[in-house]
Structures are given as structure tokens and as C-alpha cells.
Write a new protein. Structure first.
Lengths: 196, 294
């Protein structure tokens, strides 16, 4: 439930993420009322895209796992919806950080979004030439009176930072529920490991 | 997947107990786990949640008419994700509201889980948020579903006339009968009920460790747990709240949860063997209340 210490010795991958989960448990009981700050700048990197358009990025591999015996079109449709959120958020995180803020606002509970921003995930400032080597997600979906999902996401990417090439490996779990007709991430856990 | 999910069920039930039942005590049949809010309003103190965990002596049937064999308060600081399990000997001599001085376990018989919680609140000064309770049958079923629990048994246990426990010392995986027997046995140990109480706390930690391992292997198991919960327990809690709490507990590292037995001295009241809570326990209560840790 934490982000691993950077192996490069630099400290621009700060903080832990577990607070998001703890806070949200209390939020559910109405104890804490929207105390978190609104999502603001999501990344230190300001360019609209970090990748060269000529570079081919690895394709997403997405799988939906049905929980329980309720199989059918509904689960697959829900899996597609959740997968779309995963793709949008992680593509922003890795390739287009300028779009991250909007993605978080659309698909994350406010405190979870704030926690993700505070965690400082993604690339250091002025990273260029990002190439995604792997991006896959397994989405567990349970439909019923209260639809919910868990997305387990794995990504590997490389980029050129001012201090040299960097390889970024992320393992994430997103906890998601259906709310007001849409899917929303209320908690997450990310293990980000940068290496040279 | 189901086994893993059942582990989540057992541990979350033991550690968090998130089953608000607002109705008064009523017959429950064979429901393995029951629980509810102690107070109508959930109002944890600065991010700390306290849960009363009760193991009663009902062999089967209605646990509302039983006495408490196991009494623990689990605390979680949701900001630090650290916690503690405070173990109370059942024979602790305390003041039970509306009853008078009595063994602590009598509170369950006289007023159900809420009276036991009220008794403990008076003793410790800690506001308890939830209670959860299971009996012999429910506990055994849960242990069975999770595929047993691995425990370190410090000494040979042989209690043929009491709990029926017969367990060799060492690291053992206890199944439905072994786990129940080990949680119940006191004749095999020099300090009787006090040692038993400590072993129960150890078992809760062992269950949490199992949960942690399984959740780390596959976070998706939490969803299976929630699905199983709906069929094996009587839950009135709103589904979104249960989901959040399940996620919270599955994220806890058992290394950050310490089990402590309340210091007591052995005594007697009339013909009854009891234990008296030592004054030094007040410091433990205060720290637990303040930090959620032990």
C-alpha cells in the first residue's frame, strides 16, 4: 500500500497512497464532509504529450473477470466502461499529463483524486520520448444491487529525463463503485518503481 | 477464490465488524456472524475505529441467550493504518450497567452485545463503534471456509475433558475443530482464562495475516468476499460502506497490529473465581483510546 522508494536515489516520487483508502472509509459514513482540496495541477510536467507521435506505444491488454454467477452482457459492458476509465487515467498519467486533472475529476472521488495528485505519480519534470512497453488491466466486476469493481493495472514505460533515461514500472489497484449512473474510483493503491 | 474470500470474511468480521443492526436482540438461528453499531450515530474519534469482538458460548441456535467466552476490542487508526487488539479475560470483575458488579461475560446475557459494549466503554473510556459476535458453530464454519488458520502453539495442549483440544507444540494449521478447541481451552495453561484470552488475540492476528496475504495476491478477492458475506451473514450495512471497510481492512498489515491482554490479578468474590483489572490497565486504555494502538 505504498509507493516504493525510488531506486535511483532521487526523491521525486514521494509519499504513500494508503491514506486515500483510510480517509474514504470514513467518508462513507459521512464523518468527513468534503474536506479535501479540489484537484489542481496533476503533474509537474506541463507539456501536452510526453511521447513522440512516431513512436508506437504498446497496445492495451484488458480483461474483464466476472465475480459470482451473474454472467452475461451486463458484466462485459461494465467491464468495458471500467476499462475505458483505466485507459483514460493511465494514458494521461504516462503520456498526456495535461489531461490528468480532467480525468481525475470525471472518474475519481474528490479525496482519492487529491491523494493521487499529492502522491506525485508519473514522470519527473521535462521528461520526453516516453514509450509505453506494457499496459494491461484485469477488471473484476460484480453487478447487483450495488455494482462494484476492482481494476488491477500493470504498466511499464521508458522516458528520457534531464538526468538520463528512466524506466517506470507501476502496479496499481483501483477500487471502483457505480455511483449516479457512472463508475467512480474511491480508493487506490499504487506501487511505482523507477529505475535507470 | 472462494477460500480466499472467506478469509477476508473472517478477518474483516473479526477486526472491523461492520454490520449495523438497529433492531433489538432477536433469535438469529444459524447466522454465523452478527454485528451492529453500538451507537446509532457512527462518530469515530479522529479517524480511529473501535470494534468489540465477542465469541459467545452458544453451541448452536440463539447466541443472544449466551455468555461471552471471548471479549476483545480491536482498534484501527485509519490515518496510520495501525491498530491493536485488547484482550479481556471473561471473568473480569466489573460494574455492569443496570446489573451491578458482575463478571464481564454476564453483560452479554443480561443485555446483549450493546450492554457488553457499554460495560467496556465504562471500564476503558473508549467509545466503541461496532460490535460483532459469533458462536461455536459460526466460528467453526468460518475457519473451515478459509481453510484453517496457521498458529504457533508454544506448548503441547491436551484438554480432553474441557475443550477437547489435543494439539502438539509447533507451527500448526488449525482446522474447524482445532481452532475452536484452541480458542476455548484454558485447563492446559498455568494462567487458565488469562492465557486463553491471549491465545484468542493471537488467533485474530493469525487470521488477519492470512487475509493480508490473500488480498495482496489478488485484490479482486475482496469482491468475492463481499458476495459471500451477503449469503453467510445478516448484514444491514449499506453496500458502499461495506465495500470501503472491506478495502480498508484488507490493506492492514498485521505487523502493525499488536495484541495485548489486560493486566489482571486473580481473586475471588464469594465462591466465584474472578480476576480484577489492575490499575496499570488505565494507562493502556488511555493510550489505546488516543492512538488506536497498543
Amino acid at each position: 500500500m505504498s509507493i516504493a522508494a525510488p531506486q535511483t536515489g532521487r526523491n521525486w516520487f514521494p509519499a504513500i497512497v494508503s491514506i486515500a483508502i483510510a480517509t474514504i472509509a470514513l467518508l462513507s459514513a459521512g464523518v468527513i464532509q468534503a474536506l479535501g482540496p479540489r484537484v489542481e495541477a496533476a503533474s509537474e510536467t506541463s507539456s501536452s504529450t510526453l511521447a513522440d507521435s512516431a513512436v508506437e506505444q504498446a497496445a492495451w491488454k484488458l480483461k474483464t473477470v466476472e465475480v459470482g454467477s451473474a454472467r452475461g452482457h451486463g458484466v462485459q459492458a461494465a467491464g468495458k466502461d471500467v476499462s475505458a476509465i483505466v485507459r483514460e487515467v493511465y494514458d494521461a498519467l504516462l503520456l498526456q499529463p495535461a489531461g490528468l486533472s480532467a480525468s481525475l475529476e470525471a472518474h475519481f472521488a474528490r479525496d482519492a483524486a487529491s491523494a493521487l495528485v499529492r502522491a506525485g505519480l508519473g514522470w519527473p519534470e521535462d521528461t520526453t520520448g516516453v514509450r509505453v512497453i506494457k499496459r494491461r488491466a484485469r477488471v473484476h466486476v460484480e453487478l447487483g444491487s450495488s455494482p462494484r469493481a476492482v481494476a488491477i493495472v500493470r504498466t511499464i514505460a521508458t522516458g528520457e529525463t534531464p538526468s538520463g533515461p528512466l524506466r517506470l514500472k507501476q502496479r496499481s489497484t483501483l477500487w471502483i463503485e457505480e455511483s449516479k449512473g457512472g463508475w467512480r474510483v474511491f480508493a487506490f493503491d499504487v506501487d511505482q518503481r523507477p529505475s535507470r | 477464490m472462494i477460500k480466499r474470500s472467506a478469509a477476508l470474511l473472517a478477518v474483516i468480521a473479526c477486526v472491523m465488524a461492520v454490520v449495523p443492526l438497529m433492531a433489538p436482540p432477536r433469535p438469529v438461528g444459524a447466522a454465523p456472524l452478527l454485528g451492529g453499531r453500538v451507537h446509532s450515530r457512527f462518530n469515530p474519534s479522529q479517524g480511529k475505529i473501535f470494534v468489540l469482538i465477542i465469541g459467545n458460548d452458544a453451541r448452536s441456535g440463539n447466541p443472544d441467550e449466551s455468555r461471552a467466552d471471548a471479549i476483545h476490542i480491536a482498534g484501527i487508526d485509519t490515518k496510520t493504518m495501525k491498530g491493536g487488539i485488547l484482550n479481556f479475560p471473561r471473568d473480569s470483575w466489573v460494574s455492569v450497567p443496570g446489573v451491578g458488579s458482575s463478571k464481564m461475560n454476564e453483560a452479554l446475557y443480561h443485555g446483549g452485545p450493546k450492554l457488553l459494549a457499554q460495560t467496556l466503554e465504562n471500564v476503558t473510556g473508549i467509545r466503541i463503534d461496532y460490535w460483532i459476535m459469533t458462536g461455536f458453530e459460526g466460528f467453526s464454519d468460518l475457519i473451515d471456509e478459509i481453510g484453517g488458520v496457521r498458529m504457533h502453539i508454544a506448548q503441547d495442549v491436551n484438554d480432553p475433558t474441557g475443550s477437547g483440544a489435543h494439539i502438539k507444540a509447533g507451527d500448526r494449521v488449525l482446522g474447524r475443530f482445532g481452532a475452536l478447541a484452541y480458542a476455548r481451552t484454558r485447563h492446559s495453561f498455568p494462567n487458565g482464562d488469562i492465557d486463553r484470552t491471549t491465545h484468542q488475540g493471537d488467533m485474530l492476528l493469525a487470521l488477519l495475516a492470512k487475509l493480508r496475504r490473500q488480498a495482496q495476491r489478488d485484490p479482486g478477492a475482496v469482491l468475492d468476499w463481499l458476495r459471500i458475506t451477503s449469503t453467510h451473514t445478516r448484514l444491514d450495512i449499506p453496500a458502499p460502506e461495506l465495500f470501503r471497510l472491506a478495502v480498508l481492512v484488507s490493506a492492514m498489515d498485521p505487523k502493525d497490529v499488536r495484541s495485548v491482554t489486560v493486566p489482571v490479578r486473580i481473586g475471588a468474590v464469594g465462591a466465584a473465581s474472578v480476576v480484577f483489572i489492575e490499575d496499570e490497565a488505565n494507562g493502556i486504555f488511555a493510550r489505546f483510546k488516543r492512538t488506536g494502538r497498543l
